[in-house]
Design a binder for this molecule. Sequence first.
Ligand SMILES: Nc1nc2c(ncn2[C@@H]2O[C@H](COP(=O)(O)OP(=O)(O)O)[C@@H](O)[C@H]2O)c(=O)[nH]1
Ligand SMILES: [Mg+2]
Ligand SMILES: [Zn+2]
Length: 306
Amino acid sequence: MEGKGLVLFGVNNIYTVRSGERDYRCRIKGKIFKEDENYYNPIAVGDIVRIITGTASGNEGLITGRIERKNAFIRWNKKKKSPQVIASNIDYLIAICSAQSPPFRPRFLDRLIISAVIEEIEPVIVINKCDLELDAETKERLLDYEKNGYRVVYCSAKTGEGIDSLSSIIKDKCTVFAGQSGVGKSSLLNIIEPDLDLKVGEISSKYDRGIHTTIFSIMIILKDGTKVIDTPGIRECWIYNLEPDQLKFYFPEFLKPAEECGYLSCLHLEEPGCKVKELVEKGEIHHDRYYSYTRIMQSIIEQESF
Ligand SMILES: Nc1nc2c(ncn2[C@@H]2O[C@H](COP(=O)(O)OP(=O)(O)O)[C@@H](O)[C@H]2O)c(=O)[nH]1
Ligand SMILES: [Mg+2]
Ligand SMILES: [Zn+2]
């Protein structure tokens, strides 16, 4: 039988595909994704695929094609030197951080945000564990993100604070929950939908294998149909597919001052008459965001030379 399905999970080239009410274990038929040969993975969680299934009782299937993706959350897999599609067909990237343990990592957050925006996926910053104290420096950094137009949601899986806001953002959408291990992704999903009963405070054995070399995202479909993709084990997010001279456009606070830079092509690095640098020195552009910019710039230049 031929049909279409949604990829929920994939590991070792076996993909769980939901079609109708059923889940099929599917392999890819032959070399059908030749154009994606440089990719780490030809099929990602969130893909809509064409499948052929066998007998009515069996749950095996073959993937014979992929419907064009609306977008894809991609990172550069440094080890494999190839782009890795973490999830596709996404409405929002939910970038989850925590008030404490693990500490706030602005560099990582900036890379997540840029990887989303490149694909026109709107990022939402979620700060979990707000029952714990948020230090002054992190507080100030978060206000800066808000000032620059990013949505920031403060919540706690422990007290329930902010969970309604988070639930209403993800409702009926397909979102990716990304963030370091331990920020509370599973805890948040459990409080949004208690029946899920996801394991908290540990890495589920399902994901254990090979966690250092790869990540396995998994789509969870809530009772009302809301789709959430959990991404265990994202520790690094190297940006894929960005030319160095394009990076500046992903820092919204640079756009207006850039009009006053001495050069139209100013990269806001060492050029004379750079208005962006002037505002960094005055403290009107956050020095730590500017530091992110220089670090990311350096890493994409290094990537290009591979
Ligand atoms: N104080 C506090 N601890 C939390 C909160 N959310 C999660 N935790 C704890 O943080 C640890 C990691 O949570 P988990 O959901 O497994 O994080 P994940 O790795 O991102 O899925 C667990 O010990 C949780 O009990 C919160 O809002 N407040
Ligand atoms: Mg978890
Ligand atoms: Zn400049």
